[in-house]
Write a protein of this length. Sequence first.
Length: 534
Amino acid sequence: MQMGIVNAARRLEALGFGGASSVKYNLAEAALMQEAVRRGEGDIGNGGAFLCSTGRHTGRSPLDKFVVREPSVEPHVWWDNNKPMAPDAFDRLHADMLEHIRGGDLFVQDLYAGADPAYRLNVRVITELAWHSLFIRHLLRRPPLAELEGFVEDFTILNCPSFKADPARHGCRSETVIAISFEKRLILIADTSYAGEIKKSVFSVLNYLLPEQGVMPMHCSANHAPGDPDDVAIFFGLSGTGKTTLSADPARVLIGDDEHGWSDNGVFNFEGGCYAKTINLSPEAEPEIYATTSRFATVVENMVYDPLTREIDFSDDSLTANTRCAYPLEAISNASPTAMGGHPKNVIMLTCDAFGVLPPIARLTPAQAMYHFLSGFTSKVAGTEKGVTEPQPTFSTCFGAPFMPRRPEVYGALLREKIAAHGAHCWLVNTGWTGGAHGTGHRMPIRATRALLAAALDGSLNAAEFRKDANFGFEVPVAVPGVEAGLLDPRASWDDPVAYDAQARRLVEMFSVNFAQYAPHVGEDVIASAPHAA
């Protein structure tokens, strides 16, 4: 282990990180907790969880994320979706951040991104905060001690919350910046303590690198049937749509809750942990996730708690609605020890429909699956991004536009090829509103969603009677055991069917306007699967 530290120190010196007064390498959970408390970064909660605040940034800052416009990536990056940064501006940012950390303390974690060794990325994460080191140690994959000896990083991340960028000097928008250089294989993060920026930066890198290897990177959760790792289901969705909650089904084996690859070998998790929302978390609805909030070394972000008893108030969103906890996969009793599985039998696209128009589940043809994957319709829910305080209908292509460096058709073509090759069933699941739009209706009952998913995954739903939706053309089950019939017909769930029709026409028009940008790049069958107002 000592030789591994020496090698890491030499490598950091070569990369310009030698000016720190103290560098602590690959500390384990207990030592990181001790450091974080000693440095005043947070408190110890019940059971040994670490309770902390992310300050003014309680969600991602997508407007402050940049890709360096370098010759090797210029033709391949989707610049309409990714803000460019000039190489010389990145170099100034890098130099200034190195000078800023001179004489300070740093924490280093050498980690893997990717459970499949064939597609693994070695990531060295350098942080100012001990709890950030603890967070990413949970969220990425921890190499065995023996493998740390010869660890060589593929990418390096420097996360420096105390550094404030200068937009005029560094070519960015504000004092906050997240910048990725693919040629230098370096990510710089400044002026934000929101730890999710670290993990999503790694995801963005994998989203750029893996398609060239024929691997479909996916913003999805995944699980498989007990004893059958070839019976895999994947759940696409943005934050707040239920990826973590629905994949953590005690009746199935959890592969992962957020980021996966689909290769010729099957599905594999990019991560080694989970980052679950905790607002209104309860032991009745989500017992295993709830239990992690009083588990040793779980990182609990932005939860209000009693300073004397350290009891968490799960209903208090006064700091943010985006309260979260980070914990390793092994904290979930039914987690896969390999974080790998076969090719998906079911592909589920989760949407949070704030219009209250979409049914709780619909069966999609391959062309419809492509249409809805490229559309990526959902609603941003409160807190997942800075400034979002209530649901905002949005289209986020591939259910993850903020993390997609390449054009969406690249990912869409990969998904279509893999669905066709392996015969997966495709479903659209609405975890949003029913009985009316946001403000009038209510959220889809999670028990109904779970019952519908169980029927889809065990194959029984395919035998149900279906009707064709008048607006979207997909098939909707008429009756499913354990699910209130009124939920399956959104129009009937509204008090005013005429108001529903008007809302449906509005949503169909939004789909049409949004999809116009993709129409020149897809086949006629996908275009023909577009919704049409009744």
